[in-house]
Design a protein around this ligand. Structure first.
Ligand SMILES: [Zn+2]
Length: 92
């Protein structure tokens, strides 16, 4: 079981070193149906991007929830991973 809360250190280049618990992810809509999922350091407000999603990823995430077959679940997860990787490489 994955842990529900996530602890991170504000260790970006401009980060403050604060250790904090990520309680919620914020979503920002970008162009072309792309959404940025991110959180901020509560102390210095530095923004950390968790991942990006687009229509295809959100569709895959939905089908993952209803998919019963484990092999297919893994296929879908891999597809989501690849798509997210592609997105983040092309958005930064
Ligand atoms: Zn910080």
């Amino acid at each position: 079981m994955p842990e529900k809360t996530m602890w991170v250190t504000c260790d970006a280049e401009a980060g403050c070193g604060h250790v904090f618990e990520v309680k919620e992810f914020k979503i920002k809509r970008l162009k072309q149906g792309i959404e940025k999922v991110y959180f901020r350091c509560p102390k210095c407000k530095h923004e950390y991007v968790a991942y990006f999603t687009n229509k295809k990823i959100r569709q895959l995430q939905r089908s993952l929830k209803v998919e019963q077959d484990e092999e297919k679940q893994e296929q879908i997860m891999q597809e989501i991973k690849d798509e997210m990787k592609w997105l983040s490489e092309n958005l930064r």
